[in-house]
Design a protein around this ligand. Structure first.
Ligand code: ADP
Ligand code: MG
Length: 375
C-alpha cells in the first residue's frame, strides 16, 4: 500500500478511490511539497517564525486564504511513510480547544512536514517572557485563563485522548496563543516521530532544561508526572513573568522552582509575582503558586494528576501544605554544558532499565549531589 502525496487543492479530481479512503482513515489532508512552497513563497526567510528541537517553522497562506504554521521536521525523523502516517493519524485524533489543531502533512520524498492552525499571538514564551517592550500586557484574568486552559489541554492528553499522550515537552514556547490569548498546546505526540535517542533529552536538553523533571532528565523515567512537573514550572513562569531556563533568581542565583521554595520557607511567596502585575486577588495568587510547588515536588508520586491540578486551580480549596515536599531540580554540570550534556544522558540511559528501587536510590543520591553543586 502506498501513500502518495499530492496537492490538497489542485489534485482533487485526480484522486483515486483508494487514496480517498486512505485519507478518510487518516483524517488529515495530504499536501504536495509544491503547494507548501507556494504557501511560503519558496520557504522565504521572512516567513520563518521559529525553529526548535524538532525542526523549522514557517508561516504560510494556503490557496483558500487560511493561514497555517508549517513545520519542517528535522532530518532525524526519517520514518517510513506508513509509520509516519500512522503517528500522524494518532496525533490528529486528539482534538480539544486547548490543543493546536493539526491540519495536514506532506510526506513527499524525504520531506516530513506538518501543517497546523496558525495562532495569531505566537507563543507564551514570546508574549510573556520576551516581548514586554512590545506592550503586550497579560493581566491576572488572562494569566488565569492561560493556566486553566493549558491544564485542561494537558488533562485531556493524559486522561481522555486515545491513546493517552505524555507530551514530554511542556514549555512556554509550546503554548501558543490565539487572537484572544486563548492558550493551545502545540507539539503533542511529536516525540514519537523521532527515534528514541533523538527524542530523549540527550540532544535537546539545552532548550528545555528548566522544565525537566529530574527523574526524566536523569533516569529517562517518562510518566505523566514528568509533564505535571513541567506544567508546575510553567505556572511559576506565568506568575513571575520570568523564564525558568534563562534567568537566575534571588541572591543565591537559584533556578525558579528553588527560588519559589525559598520564598515559601521565608513566607514571602508574593515576592515571586511579576512586578508588572499590580492587581490580583492575593488568595488566588498564593493558591496558584502553591499548585506550582505541588507539581514540581522531587518525588513524582507526590505530584498531583492534571485533573487534580485543574481542581486545585479552579476551586477555592485550601491546600494541605503539610504534604508539600521540596522541589526536585535537574541541573547540568559545568563541564557538560559545552558538550551539550550528552555524556550525562548516556550514563543515565544505561540505568534506565534497572528496577524502580534502584532508580529511586539513584535519584536520591543525585538530589543530595545537587545540593553541593556550585551555583
Ligand atoms: N501553530 C503555530 N502558530 C504560530 N506560531 C507557531 C506555531 N507553531 C510554532 N510557532 C512558532 O514557532 C516557534 C518554533 O516552534 P518549534 O519549532 O515548535 O520550537 P520550540 O517549541 O522549541 O520553540 C514557536 O516558538 C512559535 O513562536
Ligand atoms: Mg514547539
Amino acid at each position: 500500500m502506498s501513500f502518495s502525496c499530492f496537492g490538497a487543492f489542485n489534485s482533487e479530481k485526480t484522486k483515486s478511490r483508494e487514496q480517498e479512503e486512505e485519507i478518510g482513515t487518516n483524517n488529515v489532508k495530504l499536501f504536495s511539497h509544491n503547494s507548501l512552497r507556494s504557501a511560503t513563497s519558496h520557504f522565504h526567510p521572512s516567513n520563518k517564525i521559529g525553529g526548535g528541537g524538532f525542526g523549522v517553522v514557517y508561516r504560510g497562506i494556503l490557496r483558500d486564504g487560511s493561514r497555517v504554521a508549517i513545520k519542517l521536521l528535522s532530518s532525524e525523523s526519517k520514518q517510513g511513510t506508513k509509520e509516519f502516517l500512522t503517528e500522524i493519524n494518532m496525533i490528529s485524533t486528539a482534538r480539544h480547544s486547548n490543543l493546536v489543531q493539526l491540519i495536514g502533512c506532506c510526506v513527499e520524498d524525504r520531506h516530513r512536514i506538518l501543517l497546523y492552525e496558525y495562532l495569531e499571538n505566537n507563543s507564551l514564551a514570546s508574549v510573556l517572557l520576551r516581548s514586554k517592550s512590545k506592550g503586550v500586557h497579560l493581566d491576572w484574568p488572562k494569566r488565569v485563563a492561560i493556566c486553566m486552559g493549558t491544564a485542561s489541554g494537558l488533562a485531556y492528553l493524559h486522561e481522555e485522548a486515545k491513546p493517552q499522550i505524555v507530551h514530554r515537552d511542556i514549555k512556554a514556547s509550546n503554548i501558543l496563543l490565539d487572537e484572544n490569548f486563548h492558550p493551545k498546546i502545540g507539539d503533542f505526540g511529536l516525540a514519537k516521530l523521532f527515534p528514541d535517542n533523538v527524542t530523549h533529552i540527550s540532544t535537546r536538553v539545552a532548550g528545555t532544561v528548566g522544565y525537566l523533571a529530574p527523574e526524566y532528565a536523569l533516569l529517562g523515567q517518562l510518566t505523566k508526572k514528568a509533564d505535571v512537573y513541567s506544567f508546575g514550572v510553567l505556572l511559576l513562569e506565568i506568575i513571575s513573568g520570568k523564564s525558568s531556563s534563562m534567568a537566575a533568581f534571588g541572591e543565591d542565583l537559584l533556578v525558579l522552582v528553588e527560588w519559589a521554595w525559598q520564598l515559601k520557607e521565608q513566607e514571602r511567596l508574593l515576592d515571586l509575582v511579576d512586578p508588572e502585575l499590580t492587581e490580583y486577588p492575593a488568595r488566588d495568587m498564593l493558591r496558584f503558586i502553591k499548585v506550582g510547588l505541588f507539581c514540581t515536588q522531587a518525588a513524582s508520586k507526590q505530584r498531583p494528576t492534571m485533573k487534580q491540578v485543574q481542581d486545585m486551580l479552579s476551586k477555592e480549596v485550601k491546600l494541605n501544605e503539610k504534604l508539600l515536599t521540596e522541589p526536585g531540580v535537574y541541573r547540568q554540570y559545568n563541564s557538560q554544558r559545552s558538550g551539550g550534556g550528552k555524556s550525562s544522558s548516556m550514563v543515565i540511559k544505561g540505568k534506565q532499565h534497572k528496577n524502580h528501587s534502584a532508580s529511586s536510590n539513584q535519584l536520591d543520591s543525585f538530589q543530595s549531589m545537587t545540593n553541593i553543586l556550585p551555583r
